[in-house]
Design a protein around this ligand. Structure first.
Ligand code: GDG
Length: 478
């Protein structure tokens, strides 16, 4: 299966595995966590597709291989490309630019050159792997030039693109010296998907203004007669899978153990994020610590567990953030902690899924406070795990998830007093209020899970450019 042309090709920056050194000193593959993996894996399995991506590291000459039933096709990056394409243009130019310039984006011409080169390599690889008339689904901000490059090589294939992060308003996107190239790159796709309608509208407006194509609602009309559709497909999670995990006896037992290890507080607050400056970790810890300082909360009754998964550790802004959070946690615990009862239990580590589920089960109040976030799967995962309708969700209105999870305590993470009020309210909320909110949110996510997301994207692909009898299977799971 490893080298046959594939009917479905997933192209994403990262493969869903990391190359690690095993116990015997030999390199081996290990599944890696992340929003994209969680979302795509079921669709790929259902269609026997191939996933093209970078495995991390600088190993070259890696061959396609099978891992846990998935066909994976690694693309090598050199040390210079990791610096220019990945850490540079993707994560120090596009990432901050697309997230409301929460941090200042850097523009360097050599980073751009590297982005173009690596995008071309991905496109060439996809062109070589796709069967005639196949569906190629390209993912995310690192690969926005791939659709156009691939179309030039393989006009027969159907190309979908999905952006997992927000697409910025014209006023910000305009700053990018290569704005036109990015728009033209995306227009190589038949369907360009965004998390929210606002992202799709920003894109269509920019195409009209900057490239000069005719548009009508969610359609762009190209001079060569092609039509490109730009619409919203809010991503979701494997709701049933998470609930099943949460119901496992071992997870229930571990959740109890976590609570005991924390000294049996009345309420556990929880944050789980990649350590990223867009996630608003700083703001939520400050809000919590002020409530303690003001005597509204007591460390005997309330603890904040913050898991920050290591991320992009070689990018300067992420190093600075790590030091900032370390300092803040140290100061808060130094000021307010007591022996055996710190105010904040801070974990800079990555955990297995079972431990994540146990944390979600143990938490009474989940705090998700990004300054800007495409969707935020953590918020949905927390809701999926609350099968007894308990628990409270505090959610930033700047996360895509806020458009669906309306019954959460919605907050503006820039408004510290507003955030404190929400934390206080959730802390004191009665069981009836909590279960009314949680029930409604659970209903929402159950009706729009990952299967529905994939199905709607693939269906839209079919509509925008019919596949002549070939239909991909959605990921059906029970
Ligand atoms: C991008 C967009 C969009 C985290 N730590 C561990 C772990 N995780 C898993 C979570 C969740 C995923 O990683 C994180 O997804 P998010 O959506 O919260 O955030 P990003 O990584 O920024 O994802 C985002 C997403 O793409 C999908 O489109 O929602 O807006 O920024 O699934 O559970 N999983 C495990 N151990 C960890 O320590 N096992």
């Amino acid at each position: 299966m490893v080298n046959v042309p594939a009917e479905l090709v997933i192209v994403a920056n990262r493969l869903p595995v990391d190359r690690v050194t095993g116990p015997d000193g030999e390199p081996e593959w290990r599944a890696s966590p992340g929003g994209l993996v969680t979302a795509i894996e079921p669709v790929l399995r259902a269609n026997n597709g191939v996933w093209i991506g970078w495995p991390g590291g600088t190993d070259s000459g890696l061959e396609p291989f099978e891992h846990d039933g998935l066909t994976l096709d690694p693309i090598a990056l050199s040390a210079e490309e990791i610096e220019g394409f990945y850490e540079g243009f993707s994560n120090a130019t596009l990432w901050p630019l697309y997230h409301d310039v929460v941090a200042k984006p850097e523009f360097h011409r050599e980073w751009w050159d590297s982005y173009v080169d690596v995008n071309r390599r991905f496109a060439e690889h996809a062109a070589a792997r796709a069967a005639k008339g196949a569906m190629v689904w390209v993912h995310d901000y690192q690969l926005q030039l791939v659709p156009q490059m691939l179309r030039e090589l393989r006009p027969d294939v159907h190309i979908g693109f999905f952006l997992h992060i927000p697409f910025p308003p014209a006023e910000l996107f305009q700053q990018l010296p290569w704005r036109r190239q990015i728009l033209e790159g995306l227009l190589g796709a038949d369907l360009v998907g965004f998390q929210l309608p606002g992202g799709a509208q920003n894109f269509v407006r920019l195409v009209r203004q900057r490239v000069g194509h005719k548009t009508h609602r969610d359609l762009v009309y190209l001079p060569d007669g092609r039509t490109v559709r730009a619409s919203a497909f809010p991503i979701s999670i494997d709701v049933k899978g998470f609930e099943k995990l949460a119901r496992q006896e071992s997870v229930t037992a571990r959740a109890k153990e976590i609570r005991e290890a924390l000294g049996g507080p009345r309420r556990i607050f929880l944050g789980i994020d990649r350590l990223d400056y867009t996630k608003g970790i700083h703001a939520r810890l400050r809000a919590f610590s002020e409530l303690i300082a003001e005597g509204e909360l007591d460390v005997e009754d309330a603890v904040f567990v913050q898991v920050a998964t290591p991320s992009r550790e070689r990018v300067e802004q992420y190093r600075v953030l790590r030091d900032d959070i370390d300092r803040l946690v140290g100061r808060i615990n130094g000021d307010h902690g007591r022996i055996g009862t710190p105010a904040i239990s801070y974990l800079h580590a990555s955990y297995p899924r079972e431990e994540m589920a146990a944390l979600y089960r143990a938490a009474d109040i989940m705090v998700v406070s990004p300054y800007r976030d495409g969707m935020n799967l953590v918020a949905k995962e927390y809701v999926a795990c609350q099968y007894d309708d308990g628990g409270a969700l505090i959610l930033s209105e700047f996360a895509g998830a806020a458009y669906e999870l309306r019954q959460a305590w919605l907050i503006n993470p820039y408004d510290l007093n507003g955030m404190k009020a929400a934390l206080r309210e959730a802390y004191h909320a009665d069981a009836k209020d909590l279960s009314r909110r949680m029930r409604a949110m659970r209903k929402t996510i159950k009706s729009a899970d990952i299967t529905a997301w994939a199905r709607s994207f693939l269906q839209a692909m079919d509509e925008v450019r019919p596949a002549h009898g070939k239909t991909l299977l959605p990921a059906d799971r029970d």
